[in-house]
Design a protein around this ligand. Structure first.
Ligand SMILES: [Zn+2]
Length: 200
């Protein structure tokens, strides 16, 4: 999608100006002076960042999987160690980690980068990690009509590190699977635990 130079949300038409106002009010509420030198351009920077980061709300991940190829390949296709960044919808703080995924084609395959794009689009929305895994697995499973699909996510949540329990280094692991059990076992056995990032 062509971005609008961040002057407004291309779908909601909410202008950047209203986001800048919100950030400015937040700074005032915490006792800061939004006019001081270091903060003068902060509302604009934060507003532009939010418009850019949450662009996943304006994109349809299904479209990424439209260009598929007929291929007589019925063995697992597995992608591991995909770095991803998302934002938890409860605190609007980032969670970052690694995704590992696989599917068993039923005669159709897509470029591997397209699978990564599906994860990317869903990540760039206010999320919870459980739903992120479900959305990615459902999209790949349904759009590719695959026999078995598996997604595994491991991430560190800043809302756990910075607030509440304040446990840095702890990871949340979620996974989602669809389809034939034997196929899923094949995918999982192809994801060797020794080489996975996010689990060390
Ligand atoms: Zn949170």
């Amino acid at each position: 999608m062509k971005r609008s130079g961040f002057q407004q949300n291309p779908v909601t038409n909410v202008p950047l100006q209203s986001m800048m106002e919100a950030v400015k009010n937040m700074l005032i509420a915490i006792g800061e002076n939004p006019e001081r030198e270091g903060l003068k351009n902060t509302p604009k920077r934060v507003g532009e960042f939010y418009l850019d980061f949450f662009s996943g709300l304006n994109e349809d991940p299904k479209l990424e999987l439209v260009t598929e190829f007929d291929e007589n390949h019925y063995e697992p296709v597995i992608v591991t160690n995909i770095e991803f960044f998302s934002v938890c919808e409860h605190h609007l703080l980032p969670f970052v980690g690694y995704a590992h995924l696989g599917y068993i084609p039923s005669g159709k395959v897509v470029g591997v980068s397209k699978l990564v794009r599906v994860l990317d689009i869903f990540s760039r929305r206010p999320q919870i990690q459980e739903r992120l895994a479900d959305q990615v697995v459902d999209t790949i499973h349904n759009e590719l009509v695959s026999d078995s699909t598996y997604v595994f996510l491991s991430a560190e949540h800043m809302c756990m590190t910075l607030r509440g329990v304040r446990k840095s280094g702890s990871h949340i692991v979620t996974s989602a699977e669809r389809g034939d059990k034997a196929g899923l076992e094949l995918i999982k056995s192809g994801i060797s635990i020794d080489t996975l990032k996010g689990l060390e």
